[in-house]
Design a protein around this ligand. Structure first.
Ligand code: SF4
Length: 404
């Protein structure tokens, strides 16, 4: 069986083309639009209920195509309204998504049962929400082994399929009018770039889930060749997890820096902002005594001041067994002030869902693999073909050469 959410609308058209009829191209295009609307906008999962489709097509769909529903294994409600969902992927693997609500009227408290416990009409009322951000996963585990991240500790298990990425949003959309999507859950999205690019295409398709491209942010730890590829193949926004101001410091907490040092990463970010979106967001997780000194702040200014970007400072979210500590609030404010007084845009992220381990860097699946697994090294093999295909290829518009 083909899984519906694995198909972009173009791919669905190609699938429907051999079904024939007069003017088959036009027919396939219209049918694909209708199907996308039934599934993604009306949330209908029974082919027989799609009443404007020909009976033969419905029969063919029943025999050949299925619609994926993710089963909710567990969910947890934070005191601040953040809600974490653990999805069963059907092969004994699980992944997490988090919904982070920002209410329009901050005086409207969440009931004890939380965001998902609101009555349906209230939950689905877009007037109630300033923002409903869904943080979704792209892999089971992660191969990048960033030292401060709980998912990194777990190691890499497998990539999510296109349909498993799309279905996270599809399920959440049934629950609430999600406004923003960030690929900041489990996994390095650019390690699974083929699936992420197709999933984004479905998420922004006007007949599909219909998100604005500006409301989708893909976050990376710094897989440089894949940043160039994303710039060429997807219109979404980019966030880069920088977290250090020298290569030595970055290598000590993010092994990816050994392959793609800071100057190469920043060059790729310049390409992204110059040729694609207007700016790149740099995430900077502040770790006490590691990268949170005022000298670090000044070095960060030097690195980023002339770039088209904004900086998001994230005081570290401690998790069980972590060797790192969260800096004092005063230190965070002093760090931010240095950035602001140099004319940069710098915000401090108020972490949500810390009490349920739903905050940044705190996600992991129920059946994780252990750190030290050789799977931590898989990303180099996975990214190698991309790097090789881009090496010594001149980047359009920048006149520079990517070293893979
Ligand atoms: S921070 Fe992101 S890239 Fe690094 S290990 Fe965690 S999930 Fe992977």
């Amino acid at each position: 069986m083909i899984v519906f959410q694995s198909l972009t609308r173009k791919k669905l058209e190609t699938l429907l083309l051999p079904l024939g009829g007069p003017r088959p191209e036009v027919r396939a295009r219209v049918r694909a639009q209708q199907l996308f609307q039934w599934v993604y906008q009306r949330h209908v999962t029974d082919w027989d209920q799609m009443t404007d489709l020909a009976k033969e097509l419905r029969v063919w769909l029943k025999e050949n195509v299925e619609i994926l529903r993710l089963k909710e294994r567990q969910s947890h409600q934070s005191l601040d309204g953040t809600h974490k969902f653990l999805w069963d992927l059907g092969d004994s693997k699980t992944v997490e998504s988090v919904v982070i609500p920002a209410a329009l009227d901050s005086k409207k408290n969440f009931p004890k049962s939380g965001f998902a416990g609101l009555p349906q009409d209230e939950r689905m009322d877009s007037e109630r929400w300033k923002r409903l951000t869904a943080c979704i996963s792209s892999q089971v585990g992660c191969a990048m082994a960033c030292k401060f991240c709980l998912t990194g500790v777990q190691g890499f298990d497998r990539h999510l399929k296109i349909q498993e990425i799309v279905a996270q949003i599809h399920e959440l959309r049934r629950l609430a009018p999600i406004t923003n999507i960030v690929f900041m859950g489990m996994g390095e999205p650019l390690h699974n770039i083929d699936a992420v690019i197709d999933a984004c295409e479905i998420l922004i398709d006007q007949f599909g889930l219909g998100f604005s491209r500006r409301k989708i942010t893909v976050s990376t730890s710094g897989l440089v060749p894949a940043i160039y590829r994303l710039a060429k193949e997807s219109p979404v926004c980019l966030a880069v997890s920088l977290n250090a101001t020298t290569d030595e410091q970055r290598e000590s907490i993010m092994p990816v820096n050994r392959s793609y040092p800071i100057h190469e990463l920043l060059k790729a970010c310049d390409y992204y902002s110059e040729n694609h979106t207007k700016y790149v967001t740099f995430e900077y997780v502040l770790l006490r005594g590691i990268n949170d000194s005022l000298e670090d702040a000044h070095r960060l200014v030097k690195l980023l001041r002339h770039r088209s970007c904004k900086v998001n400072l994230i005081p570290f979210n401690e998790h069980p067994g972590s060797e790192f500590k969260r800096p004092e609030d005063l230190q965070v404010r002093s760090f931010q002030r240095i950035l602001l007084t140099s004319g940069m845009t710098a915000t401090v992220r108020i972490s949500r869902g810390r009490d349920i381990l739903a905050a940044c860097g705190q996600l992991r699946s129920l059946f994780g693999t252990a750190r030290g697994s050789t799977r931590h090294r898989d990303w180099k093999d996975a990214i190698a073909p991309t790097a090789a295909s881009l090496t010594s290829q001149t980047v359009e518009g920048s006149g520079s050469t990517i070293s893979g």
